[in-house]
Design a protein around this ligand. Structure first.
Ligand code: ATP
Ligand code: MG
Length: 436
């Protein structure tokens, strides 16, 4: 992509309304524009990141055996009256009426809808277990939308729903999602700490939240310091019996409301207290919805059985902010390779120098031909401004083509993560990128 014909209107000034660094950087780099309280338009650069996160989430759901569907954003109130949640949900639900004066709502979650789909389509235990997921926009009329996309009102969520014949099966489905989450977050460049969670209004008996440690997080956590020794690399290839997963499950981690200093067995000097950003949440809640909504299958002995359910959410749009909270410096964002909007930022230092421009154009074509995603700053601008913009938008690699280098037959390659610069030939730069 040539920057001269792209849509990336970066801001010079730091927006005054943004309280935390990820929100400031998302606005400055023009990833999103606010359209109302907690409602954002995704601009090209931000959308590319959102789509990459979504795709990694999808791949790990598929790997764990979940099957993708797509349910609508608008739901009928009738569905929610069946489960009894229409009145219980409260003011977070955006209620609407259609032209026939029927009560509708913008879905804050999909337990009811998936349960009726299952009820109407699945008749026999032979069709269990199944886990169905979708990646769809939700609306929750949050009391305090804030921190940009981290606590929005309209936000993108992956939600999965498992159906099993019995509690044992449901626990296996839960564990498969637990591992899928660790892998997903590791692929996104994060270490997510699974925290035992209260089961809350949704009910049930088993639940974990996945938290990214960050000072700006809204949750307060207490955990065993040994958690900090678990690395991302250990989790990239996690399976249910990986040592890192077993260790994570055995270590103490609680939200502050759940933590009780009197009964906590972690020695005082081993106990850490930090803030976290909740990026995922998994629940096992049994037959709560299948019973309320009359969803049964015929069991092996012919009797009617209520399937055991779990639900599993990931905050896809919240993750864009969470990743920036975890990975930035004073100059801007530092995207992990897996979610960067482009892998390479190519800078032509002198657009007015024909030789230099020709060399940069040539490298741009080579990168495109090699299938390497590149954003090419071909504008007639000062070098300093170009470097600042590239640092702000945080692409993992910067390649600079300048007149002196062109004479010597070299370009300068910089890694955004450690700012290490290296001079090399075009061929060496291409090899380096293709080898990573
Ligand atoms: P929170 O405690 O942050 O309100 P929640 O418990 O209401 O989260 P869930 O219903 O479990 O969230 O939703 C699953 C995931 O969706 C959460 O783990 C979070 O990552 C994301 N999420 C929830 N609410 C929002 C929001 N208002 N804006 C962005 N993402 C959200
Ligand atoms: Mg909430």
């Amino acid at each position: 992509m040539r920057l001269s014909s792209y849509f990336m209107p970066v801001l010079k000034e730091t927006p005054a309304e943004a309280q935390i660094v990820s929100h400031r950087l998302m606005l400055r780099a023009c990833l999103v524009r606010q359209q109302g309280a907690g409602i954002y338009a995704w601009l090209p650069l931000g959308l590319r990141v959102l789509r990459k996160i979504e795709q990694i989430v999808r791949e790990e759901q598929n790997r764990a055996g979940a099957i993708e569907v797509l349910m609508p954003t608008i739901q009928s109130a009738e569905l929610w009256r069946e489960s009894g949640r229409y009145d219980a949900y409260g003011p977070e639900m955006l209620r609407i009426k259609d032209r026939h004066d029927r009560d509708m709502l913008f879905g804050p979650t999909n337990e009811e809808m998936i349960t009726t789909i299952f009820r109407d389509c699945v008749k026999s235990y032979r069709d269990l277990p199944r886990n169905l997921y979708h990646i769809q926009w939700k609306f929750r009329d949050e009391v305090r939308p804030r921190f940009g996309v981290m606590r929005g009102r309209e936000f993108l969520m992956k939600d999965a729903y498992s159906f099993d014949l019995n509690a044992e099966g449901a626990h296996a489905s839960y564990n498969a999602m637990f591992v899928a989450y660790l892998r997903t977050f590791a692929r996104l460049g994060l270490v997510a700490v699974p925290v035992r969670a209260p089961t809350g209004p949704i009910g049930g008996d088993l639940s974990h939240e996945f938290q990214i440690l960050a000072e700006t997080g809204e949750s307060e956590l207490f955990y065993d310091a040994a958690l900090e020794s678990i690395s991302r690399e250990d989790l990239l290839e996690a399976t249910t019996d990986s040592p890192a997963v077993t260790k994570l499950l055995s270590l103490y981690a609680m939200e502050s409301e759940q933590h009780d200093a009197a009964t906590c067995t972690v020695p005082k000097d081993q106990l850490r207290q930090k803030r976290g950003i909740e990026v995922g949440h998994i629940f096992y809640f049994g037959t709560k919805y299948t019973k309320a909504m009359g969803c049964t299958v015929s069991g092996p002995d012919g009797s009617q059985v209520y399937p055991e359910m779990g639900s599993y959410g990931i905050g896809v749009s919240r993750l864009v902010g969470a990743i920036i909270e975890a990975s930035h410096d004073d100059a801007g964002i530092i995207w992990p390779e897996a979610v960067a909007p482009f892998r390479v930022g190519l800078i032509n230092l002198r657009a007015d120098d024909a030789k230099c421009a020709a060399a940069a154009d040539d490298l741009y074509e080579k990168l495109n031909n090699a299938g390497i995603e590149v954003l090419y700053d071909d504008r007639d601008e000062r070098g300093g401004a170009k470097f600042a913009t590239m640092d702000l938008i945080g692409l993992p690699w910067q390649i600079t083509v300048g007149p002196k280098g062109v004479e010597k037959g070299v370009v300068e390659m910089k890694a955004r993560s450690d700012s290490v610069k290296e001079e090399m030939t075009v061929a060496a730069a291409l090899n380096k990128l293709m080898g990573i």
